[in-house]
Design a protein around this ligand. Structure first.
Ligand SMILES: Cc1cc2nc3c(=O)[nH]c(=O)nc-3n(C[C@H](O)[C@H](O)[C@H](O)COP(=O)(O)OP(=O)(O)OC[C@H]3O[C@@H](n4cnc5c(N)ncnc54)[C@H](O)[C@@H]3O)c2cc1C
Length: 294
């Protein structure tokens, strides 16, 4: 599953991001949702890696099960948090043994309760170092890295952040998946700067269809993405109407994805949050089926 095959200039690749459920019953429910998402022909399904490395075993289990049950190419997220280089190698070896196709290589956020990312003794400081390690020692993995249209929260400027993003790509990343965002203009101006910086790998927008106002307030507070005032007002007007919030979220995501497709993006990375309804509805509304299911 080379990402160069997935992201073809004329196609639109659909990818989904899951997270490891806490319980057995959560895992079964997740597989049901994945089944609902399959008719849209995802090119790849990814699974996050918990803060502090807490869910690493679960990540591998879930992503291996998705691959086994549904035959879809998969990628495991991997962060540098709390791990020595040796431990990162150990995880990569396990992922390779499980025939996982891709790694979403990340530095990770500081563990709960800590404000700053601290490098583990014998560990890595930035995602570009993890990309280098993977490229040199596990060359068969496809590698995705994170990009931030609204700038990473710790970066002093977008310019500096882009230089650091370029470092990750130059180290060998195949594709950049973005943090969620709600203003396509922000993505468009980021894409311009990305190209000006000389980065040529596919840039894939990350989309989170909103299904609950309280949940999206929590998520955007954590990741720093801006919720447009108009959208926030609309959701606030439906404060006590969960169905209304879902409808607003799906309609907004439909228009957002429609415009991004017109803008010629090579794919959409859906943060599905382990539920299928909103993403399925968006794809159905637009009659989108992924173009490159391998
Ligand atoms: C698509 C996507 C998936 C994600 N999945 C997960 C997940 O599974 N688990 C999880 O815990 N988190 C996940 N995150 C969140 C991510 O871990 C955080 O945003 C984290 O704070 C930064 O990770 P990074 O890989 O972008 O870091 P980096 O690219 O290392 O950047 C971190 C900061 O350091 C700066 N920087 C980078 N390289 C250098 C350098 N060489 N020298 C100096 N400064 C540098 C950057 O500008 C940035 O401000 C994900 C984010 C995205 C967008």
């Amino acid at each position: 599953m080379p990402f160069s095959d997935i992201y073809k200039p004329s196609g639109l690749a659909i990818t989904y991001e899951l997270f490891p459920p806490k319980t057995e019953s959560g895992a079964e429910a997740l597989f049901h949702h994945v089944e609902q998402l399959l008719p849209f022909q995802p090119s790849c399904i990814t699974c996050t890696y918990g803060a502090g490395g807490t869910t690493q075993q679960k990540t591998l289990e879930i992503i291996s099960s998705v691959k086994e049950r549904f035959g879809v190419p998969v990628a495991s997220h991997l962060t540098c948090v709390g791990a020595t280089e040796e431990e990162l190698r150990g995880y990569l070896q396990k992922a390779q043994n499980a025939q996982i196709e891709g790694i979403v290589a990340l530095r990770g956020d500081p563990p709960k309760g800590e404000k700053e990312f601290k490098v583990t003794k014998g560990g890595l400081a930035y995602a570009n170092e993890l990309v280098t390690l993977i490229r040199e020692e596990f060359p068969d993995f496809q590698i995705a890295v994170a990009g931030y249209p609204e700038k990473h929260q710790e970066a002093p400027s977008l310019e500096v952040d882009l230089l650091n993003l370029k470092r990750k790509v130059d180290a060998g990343a195949d594709v950049v998946l973005t943090q969620l965002f709600y203003e396509n203009q922000t993505f468009e101006s980021f894409r311009r700067e990305y190209e000006k910086a000389g980065i040529t790998k596919p840039l894939v927008p990350g989309i989170l269809p909103i299904t609950s106002f309280s949940q999206i307030k929590r998520i955007t507070a954590l990741c720093g993405a801006i919720l447009p005032q108009g959208l926030s007002n609309q959701l606030a007007d439906r404060e006590n109407d969960p169905e209304g919030q879902f409808e607003i979220g799906v309609e907004f995501a439909t228009r957002q994805v429609e415009e991004l497709v017109e803008m010629g993006v090579p794919g959409i990375h859906f943060y599905v949050l382990n539920k299928s309804q909103a993403t399925c509805q968006v794809l159905r509304n637009l009659n989108i089926v992924g173009s490159t299911c391998s």
